[in-house]
Design a protein around this ligand. Structure first.
Ligand SMILES: [Zn+2]
Length: 467
């Protein structure tokens, strides 16, 4: 099976130039400059020729932070691996990395097995797993080594959610120490959950139960404090650290300081922190619940700081933290008590389009768009150059992107299994036109051609982004 993608502008993390791309079966076979005449030769033997004139040809997006069918607060995130990966493909994402959660008292491997059962055989695109450690003990520490050998090379810990996912500094230090030895990447949810619990308790005691208080009880300073503490713990152990869903200036300050002294510290932010704000949580009635996620949406002035971070490589990656809950019946669990609102937002479908708006607005360059949504996630999580780049030998995970089409985001047209959109009515420029997953067409001109089970589990190497 040979597919020739002709006449487009090939965009990589390094730059953008006109190029023709030949795909053979599942991989990128060759790339030619348009003047070379090679594409004419290739066209002879091609099964399909795609005219990509006026289009960008980019490596498929990699969303390194999703939560499909994740248990939370007595309910489950509403996308399954089947619906969630299909929605991801619609939006130009060709790989996700989800999180397998260790149940306290059980092994890390049992968590991975549970998540493999949910994901194997149903994904539309390739997928992999990080492991969440909730129970740091001798045997789970040993298990980290074994999981690294099986391609689960990143482990997430929480400084938030006491009594649920929370790890003490002692636990964190031990896990980091292990990671420093086995090469794994430690991922951190950085918020001081102990202090936040005290603030939440007094708010609830005062009767402050509306959705906005989810945001007001989790101040940015306590994200900054936790990020700085995680960074110092990592520094002591010499483990690399990746801070997930960084949302605020104090946390970014800590990352910038660590990076400036050469410490292997990385952070991702998410579209919701770039486009939404605390004001959304204050919408009338209970509507603010649609915007309840953790860390919370911040006052608007943090957005420009995060864009600057993306532009200047203080922030390395944009992931979604996709964790959708329907407004009806799920978000509504928290009517009259914001602490019962399931935490999380839908987003896996719109990351590529939303971050492209940063290119349209001049916040980031075109190559930087590809770098933070695909190439760096691939390097950070041990997938490069199989993923994250269009180069001979790479998986043919390719998106043909129309930079001038316009669209309006709406729950009535999106493909995620959730009854609202955080970006309802938002007009955007740019649109995914075609998506290939390992050479196979998944999206073509507004039609889904993929299938559940095409996506394969990808065993990952160690982090390739270390300085
Ligand atoms: Zn998350």
């Amino acid at each position: 099976m040979r597919t020739l993608i002709r006449g487009g502008t090939l965009v990589s993390a390094e730059g953008a130039e006109p190029a023709d791309v030949l795909v053979e079966d599942e991989i990128v076979a060759a790339i030619a400059s348009p003047g070379s005449g090679l594409a004419d030769v290739w066209q002879e033997g091609a099964d399909t020729v795609v005219d990509a004139s006026g289009r960008y040809v980019i490596p498929g997006g990699i969303d390194a932070h999703t939560h499909m069918e994740m248990p939370f607060g007595g309910t489950w995130s509403s996308d399954t691996f089947e619906t969630g990966t299909r929605a991801a493909a619609w939006g130009g994402t060709t790989m996700i990395i989800d999180f397998a959660i260790q149940t306290k008292g059980e092994s890390l491997a049992a968590g991975v097995d549970t998540w493999r059962e949910k994901s194997d055989g149903v994904c539309a695109i390739d997928y992999s797993l990080h492991a969440i450690i909730t129970d740091v003990n001798e045997s789970s520490l040993k298990e980290m080594d074994a999981l690294v050998g099986e391609g689960v090379t990143s482990f997430k810990l929480f400084m938030a959610y006491p009594g649920v996912f929370y790890s003490t500094d002692k636990d964190i230090l031990r896990a980091m120490d292990r990671a420093a030895g086995n090469g794994a990447l430690i991922m951190m949810h950085a918020e001081n959950g102990i202090a936040i619990d005290a603030i939440v308790e007094s708010a609830v005691a005062r009767g402050q139960t509306d959705p906005i208080f989810h945001g007001l009880t989790r101040p940015a300073e306590l994200e900054g404090e936790a990020a700085a503490r995680a960074i110092r713990l990592a520094q002591v152990t010499k483990a690399p650290l990746y801070i997930v869903h960084l949302s605020s200036e104090p946390a970014l300050d800590a990352v910038v300081e660590a990076r400036s002294r050469g410490q292997n510290t990385f952070a991702e932010t998410c579209p919701q922190y770039l486009f939404l704000s605390q004001d959304d949580m204050a919408r009338p009635g209970f509507e603010g619940a649609k915007f309840v996620c953790t860390p919370p949406l911040r006052p608007r002035e943090h957005q420009a700081v995060l864009w600057r971070g993306l532009r200047t490589d203080q922030l390395s990656v944009v992931s979604t933290d996709h964790c959708p809950f329907c407004y009806a019946e799920q978000k509504e669990l928290g009517v009259g008590d914001f602490t019962k609102i399931p935490n999380g937002l839908p987003g896996v479908e719109h990351r590529m389009d939303l971050i492209y708006q940063g290119v349209v607005a001049g916040q980031i360059s075109l190559p930087r768009w590809v770098e933070i949504t695909s190439t760096t996630p691939a390097k950070m999580f041990g997938l490069y150059p199989k993923k994250g780049v269009i180069a001979p030998g790479s998986d043919a995970d390719i998106v043909v992107y129309d930079p001038s089409a316009t669209q309006v985001i709406s729950a009535s047209t999106h493909h995620m299994a959730v009854d609202y959109s955080c970006y309802e009515g938002m007009q955007i420029t740019g649109r995914v036109e075609r998506v290939y997953s390992r050479g196979r067409p998944v999206i073509e001109g507004g039609t889904y051609l993929g299938s559940a089970g095409h996506g394969r589990f990808v065993s990952r190497a160690l982090c390739q982004g270390l300085q």
